[in-house]
Design a protein around this ligand. Structure first.
Ligand code: AMP
Length: 115
């Protein structure tokens, strides 16, 4: 059984969040602690805990998730200037919420390598 996370509660609208996009398949909301002028999190409505177990989703569901991430970036007007997508996974990836989520970071020049 998966644990109830803060993102489960945001999805159920039990916790307030600044939602920027919602479809049948994904929910996108502003990160509480933004690391860039634009910092949005995108979650699939069908929950999985991390990228590690992405094969628990069907190929269609995985596709709909990434399509949703791309759509959010487009809706936020980021397509031309560009953005970074981050999927933190596990301890070394510094994942803190056990609900698959993509960070969309934009609005400033990113650097490489990441910290
Ligand atoms: P990660 O470290 O990849 O698991 O990312 C989790 C992200 O969730 C962090 O960037 C947090 O700032 C963000 N976060 C935690 N709680 C909330 C919340 N209630 N609303 C929006 N973002 C949150």
């Amino acid at each position: 059984m998966s644990i109830d996370t803060v993102f489960d509660r945001i999805l159920r609208k039990e916790l307030p969040s600044e939602i920027v996009f919602e479809s049948d398949h994904v929910l996108a909301f502003k990160d509480l602690n933004p690391q860039a002028p634009v910092h949005v999190l995108v979650i699939p409505k069908k929950k999985i805990s991390s990228f590690n177990v992405i094969s628990d989703l069907s190929a269609r569901e995985i596709g709909l998730f990434f399509q949703g991430v791309s759509l959010v970036a487009q809706k936020l007007g980021l397509a031309e200037s560009g953005y970074r997508i981050v999927l933190n996974c596990g301890r070394h990836g510094q994942q803190t919420v056990d609900y698959l989520h993509a960070h969309i970071l934009a609005g400033r020049q990113m650097t490489w390598p990441p910290g």
